[in-house]
Design a protein around this ligand. Structure first.
Ligand SMILES: NC(=O)c1ccc[n+]([C@@H]2O[C@H](COP(=O)([O-])OP(=O)(O)OC[C@H]3O[C@@H](n4cnc5c(N)ncnc54)[C@H](O)[C@@H]3O)[C@@H](O)[C@H]2O)c1
Ligand SMILES: [Zn+2]
Length: 339
């Protein structure tokens, strides 16, 4: 079976292309080798993948694609900071790139499925919270006057107690807060009305694994923490360092694609996340232990308005799809960061 993997030279796309080749698929990888991501073609490219180094925005079908049965679409420009610097480029690359893929998808006679990489950024801060006395509320807004006094948790507006975040599931209403998230939501919307083949949308929480670029200017918080600790520099944490994140190991993303590629309908939307909360201070300890570095984070306090206190996914659909628990951060860190 022939598969197109877009973004196949990137962090997640390359791991997925490797795995698809290993289970017997013929893989064509499309990647623009975007200069904001790559200085040169990365050394991990797979000799068993046929690469087509092109930007989806300017790419055209040729005879090699006639018998494509599956498209796995990872190509996108990432980074919230980059998206605020270059909004037109990010929206164009991500949305026009996807729109062209949809256009070509209509022409592929043997196409059976599109699997699309989306992101938790489409949810924005649309989390619900539980107060042990007053119940569940959808209002996770934090007041600046609380944060200025060093109270960083989300507070119940009725009784003033700290509230617990509830894992977000696929039914939450998208409400992206910035350009990158908006472009990822628009990518999802590009498939509306596409009736040539089923589309499965995967929404990833923040991903980690080997090949994650730790020194990248657009690095995610997990890449930054790992980069600092590897360089034996104490990570500087805002607030009290107790912020919650849900990091997904790249092997769980690969397992999701393989499960969806292996037939059956699969869920139209699946959160790909660990489903387990990890606090930033805890992550620093796990990383230091894994890398055998004696390095404690420095809690610098203060806050940045708009920073998310919590990110936590509900992994129920994922568990059902891959038939096991997702990898915990402690397990995943050992394979991602031990060397
Ligand atoms: N890494 C994460 O934590 C994370 C979280 C949520 C969602 N995602 C999504 O997963 C996908 C893969 O992310 P990644 O971390 O592997 O990113 P990455 O930057 O490592 O890889 C993306 C690849 O896509 C290529 N690319 C970008 N725009 C292109 C275009 N228009 N045409 C052709 N190639 C193009 C880049 O050259 C790069 O090699 C993206 O869609 C991203 O939005 C990633
Ligand atoms: Zn209350």
């Amino acid at each position: 079976m022939k598969v197109v993997v877009t973004g196949a030279a990137g962090f997640i796309g390359s791991h997925t292309a490797d795995a698809l080749v290993d289970v017997g698929f013929d893989v064509i990888g499309i990647d623009s080798l975007d200069p904001g991501v790559h200085r040169a073609a990365p050394d991990y490219l797979n000799p068993r993948v046929e690469y087509c180094f092109a930007d989806l925005r300017h790419w055209n079908l040729d005879d090699r694609f006639n018998d494509v049965e599956l498209i796995v679409h990872f190509a996108a420009l990432g980074g919230v900071a980059r998206a605020s610097r270059e909004p037109a480029n990010i929206i164009d690359a991500n949305c026009r790139g996807t729109a062209r893929l949809v256009e070509f998808g209509r022409k592929l006679k043997r196409l059976q499925r599109i699997v699309h990489a989306s992101s938790f950024s489409v949810y924005g801060s649309n989390y619900s919270y539980r107060c042990s006395d007053c119940g569940v509320t959808g209002n996770g807004r934090r007041r600046e006057k609380d944060m200025a006094r060093g109270r960083y948790e989300v507070v119940c507006s009725q009784c003033g107690s700290d509230m617990a975040v509830l894992p977000i599931d696929e039914n939450a209403t998208p409400n992206p807060l910035e350009t990158y998230g908006a472009s990822k939501y628009m990518q999802e919307l590009c498939y509306r009305g596409f009736d040539r083949a089923p589309v499965n949308i995967m929404r990833f929480s923040s991903a980690y694994g080997t090949r994650l670029r730790l020194e990248d200017g657009e690095a995610t918080i997990i890449a930054k923490l790992a980069g600092w600790i590897r360089a034996r520099q104490a990570p500087q944490l805002f607030e009290d360092g107790q912020q919650i994140r849900d990091w997904v190991h790249v092997s769980d993303i690969v397992a999701t694609v393989i499960a969806l590629a292996s037939g059956g309908d699969g869920p139209p939307m699946v959160n790909v996340c660990s489903g387990k909360p990890t606090r930033l201070v805890e992550a620093c300890d796990i990383l230091a232990e894994t890398m055998r570095v004696d390095c404690k984070p420095k809690i610098v306090g203060g806050y940045r308005p708009g920073d998310m206190r919590h990110c936590l996914g509900d992994a129920t659909t994922l568990r059902r799809l891959i038939g096991r628990e997702p990898v915990t951060f402690r397990e995943g860190a050992a394979s991602a960061f031990s060397t």
